[in-house]
Design a protein around this ligand. Sequence first.
Ligand code: CA
Length: 230
Amino acid sequence: MSANKILVVEDEVPIREMIVFHLSRAGYETLEAGDCSVARQLLADERPDLALVDWMLPDMSGLELTRLLKRDKENDDLAIIMLTARADEYDKVAGLDSGADDYITKPFSPRELISRIQAVLRRSGAENDEIVSLGVLSLDIAGHRVSAHGVEIRLGPTEYRLLKFLMTHPDRVYNRSQLLDRVWGANVYVEERTVDVHVRRLRKALAAEAADDYIQTVRGAGYRFSSSGK
Ligand code: CA
């Protein structure tokens, strides 16, 4: 099973530990940051599905961080829930204007926290219990399995992650450097040629079920998953 990954950005250690404790108990994988610069590093390296961002942080406000993240196209899959101790109307509006998907006012119960997270993940389509079907291919995200007309296709871990990324972002072209960032993680120093190697392996595995045409090379631009025209 692959659990959703959640980044907790909160400088107050007891609160952060409490949140992490409840998230782990609910089955989420957690990452922790005490300030925005660590948060940005983890976002780039680990690509969490959701970030819980506290309003009051030492180096930048949670609001500024949220605005910054939402402006960057690299984070279009990232859901953000803001945590705030200030419940007045202005803050709520500003919180939502920043691009945050939801906000939670402190103090909150663990149950409320988990149910808000589930709702936001469901809306953002990141909840890992779905099956993505495109053309003859079916990607079972919870089961970490890929099949074509019901026949299982065995993939290496990198090929699986590559196919998962492409199938959840179909009909868009990604260049090698974007694929490295999104599939391997930023700050992982591998050559761009590595992408080609894994695309080749992925195509070879898909070819067994005649599904390799879905991974298309767009000359001079990169790769795209497309099941149309088949
Ligand atoms: Ca704080």
